[in-house]
Design a protein around this ligand. Structure first.
Ligand code: PLP
Length: 345
């Protein structure tokens, strides 16, 4: 049976060439400061994002939480879209690890306006929380893999700075945004203080993320990484996979985006399915299907297609998320569409 795992782009397995790169990597001990492959990756990523320094970490969650810990003090407020990953999927870590509260902003598909940022302004009274950080997610996961344009990001970053806030980009899928929108990572990162990126999503690595930013912030993040339990030893094994992915897996992301359009287009012709984003405007590698509640729930559809080897995530009672990635072929997409069609009758 065809196995088509569309739950997330995190499910990819290393390719043979990636395993070879991992096997060949010179290794050291990163906590002791002599891991040559990690050092090479950190240098390369800092250059790609035009930042002074970068830090390799185990997960995107840790990269975001290190940024929050470095930029904010206990009692501060973070401004972010209400559908942000840091709100929904990071176990309340901003409160637990940094003592911060979050001011959620509204906006279509995970994007908001400079006016919304300005409206989050607080009084400077001693009793008011201090908004110190704006977090922008690009691409926006719960928003449907949506992309921030350079202009829009510049405008919200400018608004945040006018309120004396710093700016962090959750760029777990910045690569997807860059490939789809045609801007370079450094062009986008220019308006941010810090940027987190993941190698374990669209780039197809088994593990690994990074935080890039000013040297003094990254020095502090290195200390907090150890404090949070993220100091790693022969992590060059993982950094080698990331270096390989930067060389070989960035441009091919365009294929994942073509697959997402093919999937959205096919699924949109199935009974009881509607899409908030028109199929041919699917921005990157995510497809969200809304299922007519008189037919079934997202979980029931997920269970039915799983019997045909197609795996997806029920995000909400009527919303199913499917994500394309390196291990998905065109035949797999077509199989998924037929599985959805037959599951809906
Ligand atoms: C937008 C976004 N940020 C951060 C993360 C966290 O990454 P990790 O699962 O490596 O902690 C994810 C994971 O899917 C994500 O989608």
């Amino acid at each position: 049976m065809h196995l088509v795992d569309l739950r997330s782009d995190t499910v990819t397995r290393p390719t043979a060439a990636m395993w070879d790169a991992m096997r060949r990597a010179p290794l050291g001990d990163d906590v002791l400061g002599d891991e040559p492959t990690v050092t090479e990756l950190e240098r390369r990523l800092a250059a790609m994002l035009a930042k002074e320094a970068a830090l390799f970490v185990p997960s995107g969650t840790m990269a975001n939480q290190l940024a929050i810990r470095c930029h904010c003090e206990s009692g501060d407020e973070i401004v972010a879209h209400r559908d942000s990953h840091i709100i929904h999927y990071e176990t309340g870590a901003p409160a637990a690890l940094s003592g911060c509260m979050i001011h959620p902003l509204d906006g279509e598909s995970g994007l908001f306006t400079p006016e919304a940022v300005l409206a989050s302004r607080r009084s400077r009274a001693t009793y008011a929380p201090r908004p110190s950080l704006l977090v922008v997610e690009n691409t926006h996961n719960r928003g449907g893999g949506t992309i921030w344009s350079l202009e829009r990001f510049h405008a919200v970053a400018h608004a945040a700075r006018s309120l004396e806030m710093r700016v962090h980009v959750d760029g777990a899928r910045l690569w997807n945004a860059c490939v789809a929108a045609g801007y370079a990572p450094a062009e986008f990162a220019r308006h941010a203080d810090t940027v987190s990126v993941c190698f374990s999503k669209g780039l197809g690595c088994p593990v690994g993320s990074a935080l890039a930013g000013p040297a003094d912030v990254i020095d502090r993040a290195r200390r907090f990484r150890k404090m949070f339990g993220g100091g790693m030893r022969q992590s060059g094994l993982l950094a080698a996979a990331a270096l390989h992915a930067l060389d070989h897996h960035v441009d091919r992301i365009a294929e994942d985006h073509r697959h997402a359009i093919r999937l959205a287009t096919g699924a949109s012709t199935c009974r009881g399915i509607s899409l908030a984003i028109a199929p041919d405007h699917t921005p990157t590698n995510m497809v969200f299907l809304h299922i007519d509640p008189t037919i079934c729930t997202a979980q029931e559809l997920s269970d039915r297609i799983a019997r045909q080897g197609v795996h997806a995530l029920a995000l909400d009672p009527q919303r199913l998320r499917l994500v394309t990635h390196l291990d998905i072929t065109t035949a797999g997409i077509d199989h998924a569409v037929e599985a959805i069609r037959s599951a809906l009758g």
